[in-house]
Design a protein around this ligand. Structure first.
Ligand SMILES: Cc1ncc(COP(=O)(O)O)c(C=O)c1O
Length: 386
């Protein structure tokens, strides 16, 4: 057995979900919406299954999806992408990340990662032979600093794996942070693999700025998107990868031997969805923002210290003011004593640097959020907030 995977413990996500199932807790740990997603997009998928082509689609993705992707990112992010040479469809962002690491990292290369980070990153980097070099981000802003980047980058840096908007912190990096990162990538001749799956799920009027658009980054960025997040259909696993032709050539080689293709019916529906008018995207954001505010207001009313959430489906609570120092223990007690499941943010740190922040998913129906708040109100066993 390969030790990189066989040595991995059961993830805290699994532990909390299991506890939630056993105790009948309200599960705000897992990051998926209650809402079934846009009906017209789902109908397009159903029509494509019944009436459409169900055999292998082209390896790079359906031409109509690649064209729709180019038009979508021109409209929303001002990017000019060649649908024939710079766009590829994968089976979710996860395949795109795995493929990009396999394609771009050779054994011994250093890969800069920013913790807290998505749990798949470190095992995939190691399996690709890469050596992770961590930049630790800390609450409440989780921003970059020149000193931290200088410590992580070296002459061996080949790749940076960067997630913006950032799960689990629900923060967005500033344009100044993006330019600082770009400067380091350019100086070290590194490629930035940019996991931008949350690009559309941003609030308070924010507009996503892709790393690819920053000066000097067009030729050295792999931009990764996920239809699952754009359309609140997380089970669909349709990813879009964008990169300059020289990079795309090698990315496509990895894709060829990982999944080769992605279900054509879902691709057809995503192509349709990407062309939906602005109202859909703005409405989706407004709905999530309303849920965020409902849950944040409820938590604040109970005395919790809520950290800013400007994107993603998540909201974080700082438990330090409650006198808590161990987020894993806190989440365990929360699910067992109060019947609400959340995720300890230390699980997203390789080195457990921050142990006083807890993540809740607010992308749920009002009734679910209210039920969670009611249970938390019954708790009130922690010390009052200063
Ligand atoms: C940061 C990040 N990257 C990637 C993914 C996975 O995307 P997909 O479902 O398209 O593979 C997620 C899902 O939560 C995520 O939060």
């Amino acid at each position: 057995m390969n030790p990189i995977f066989s040595a991995l413990p059961t993830s805290v996500f699994e532990v909390m979900s299991q506890l939630a199932r056993e105790t009948g807790a309200v599960n705000l740990g897992q990051g998926f919406p209650d809402d079934p997603g846009p009906l017209d997009v789902r109908q397009k998928a159903a029509e494509a299954v019944v009436d459409g082509w169900n055999q292998y689609p082209p390896m790079m993705g359906l031409p109509e999806l690649r064209q729709a992707t180019a038009a979508h990112y021109r409209r929303w992010q001002g990017l000019e992408l060649d649908p024939d040479r710079e766009i590829m469809v994968t089976s979710g962002a996860t395949e795109a990340i795995a493929g990009a690491l396999m394609a771009l990292v050779s054994p011994g290369d250093e890969v800069v990662l920013f913790e807290p980070m998505y749990d798949a990153y470190v095992p995939l980097v190691r399996r690709a032979g890469g050596i992770p070099k961590f930049v630790t981000l800390t609450p409440p802003h989780f921003g970059l600093s020149e000193e931290a980047l200088a410590r992580a980058f070296s002459p061996k840096t080949k790749v940076v794996l960067f997630n913006n908007p950032l799960n689990p912190t629900a923060t967005i990096f500033s344009p100044a942070d993006l330019d600082l990162l770009a400067d380091f990538c350019i100086r070290h001749d590194a490629v930035a693999i940019c996991d931008e799956v949350w690009e559309h799920v941003v609030f308070d009027g924010h507009r996503h700025v892709p790393v690819m658009s920053r000066p000097g980054m067009r030729e050295r960025t792999v931009k990764i998107s996920s239809a699952g997040k754009i359309f609140s259909l997380t089970g669909w696993k349709v990813g879009m990868v964008m990169a300059a032709p020289a990079l795309m050539k090698v990315l496509s080689k990895a894709h060829q031997y990982i999944t080769f293709t992605t279900p054509p019916n879902l691709q057809a529906a995503v192509a349709y969805g990407l062309g939906k008018d602005d109202g859909y995207f703005e409405g989706m954001r407004a709905d999530f923002q309303r849920s965020r505010d409902r849950f944040a207001d409820g938590l604040k009313g109970l005395g919790y210290s809520v950290l800013p959430s400007v994107g993603t489906y998540f909201l974080n609570v700082d438990i330090a003011p409650l006198g808590e120092t161990d987020d894993v223990d806190f989440c365990r007690r929360l699910v067992l004593e109060s019947g609400v499941a959340a995720i300890p943010v230390s699980a997203f740190y390789e080195r457990g640097a921050v142990t006083t922040v807890v993540r809740f998913c607010f992308a749920k129906r009002d009734a679910t959020l209210d039920a969670a708040l009611e249970r938390l109100a019954g708790r009130r066993t922690t010390r009052p907030v200063a």
